[in-house]
Ligand binder design. Sequence first.
Ligand code: COA
Length: 383
Amino acid sequence: MLHEYRPGLEGIPATQSSISHVDGKSGILEYRGIQIEDLARSSTFLESSYLLIWGGLPTQAELDVFKHEVQYHRRLKYRIRDMMKCFPESGHPMDALQACAAALGLFHSKRELNDPAYVQNAVVRLLAKIPTMVAAFELMRKGNDPVQPRDDLDYASNFLYMLNERVPDALSARIFDVCLILHAEHTINASTFSAMVTASTLTDPYAVVASAVGTLAGPLHGGANEEVIAMLEEIGSVDNVRPYIDARIANREKIMGFGHRVYKVKDPRAVILQGLVEQLFEKVGRDAYYDIALELELVVEEKLGHKGVYPNVDFYSGLVYRKLGIPSDLFTPIFAIARVAGWLAHWKEQISTNRIFRPTQIYEGLHGQRYIPIDKRPDIWDK
Ligand code: COA
């Protein structure tokens, strides 16, 4: 039995999986054995989701059915919309999304996990409704009514349409769709592990996704892309990059958008995202933050490259979303729109070979303590 404690479970296998693979030394990411570069070049988010969740690329007929079902289920129940109206406008959209994902389970609480139709419906509903929830909260917190999904628009175009109340141009929609492909899955990261632990209790998939959304929200995970833009804002100019990095390293503070538990080279998704950023800038003009970002990458590589600290997926994604006019506190919910595909793939894999997660611990506390009645306890305020 393994008794060595590894903080963060670093390097300890938590499952056997055939969904995705990361080679952190060579900077390779594969979904079901297909390299992420090929999917980003030729696939769509819904096709890649199908691949992840059902285990293989769909035929045209299978993809058409899947797309049609997702399109059909995009609308939210009016009771969920009414619930959202009670959310505070100042609340973080990730908290709103977590509440909505959990609430969806109230409408489908039968938990027929052995029924393929239940599994299929849950997959379709979650993929379909999560973007609508994110867009609806954005409009509602601005005091507007949510925009209904449009059946003639593809997945990415429809989300951008519901968010901005205008149909995006083809390049913006394609770039956004590629961003979703890149964020769809990434082995056993914190939110996926959270999804697997929840799934292992055989609860419903809505609770699985709600717990994963809560985990993704933290700044060391999905929240980092929002913090990258805040950091670029704070730095303000290329000249400030070096003193900023020096100060953070001296204070032992992390630089957001850099470093990864697995990748010790530049994250392949950051490479693709940087290409997308440049494509977008060619069409709609360069963002001043991009020059700051390029200088940051150079200085961080010079100072921390020996520790394997390079840009991760969050470093350039914020710049793409910013150029698409998306507010920075929606960056993590957009990550969730994509990652729901990976969470659902792991949910299906987990329940197919389930054993409940129940790790052990190394107890370091006291034993044999006496219970002291409350009137005999020393008052800490008198000390
Ligand atoms: N800025 C500065 N130093 C960093 C760093 C960063 N972003 N990421 C890692 N390092 C340094 C650590 O300080 C550590 O140095 P040390 O060995 O001298 O103590 C070394 O690199 C190893 O890092 P460690 O913290 O052990 O890596 P981890 O696997 O525990 O953490 C992250 C991985 C992602 C949590 C971490 O890199 C991080 O906090 N990054 C910033 C947040 C972020 O962008 N998250 C999104 C991830 S996709």
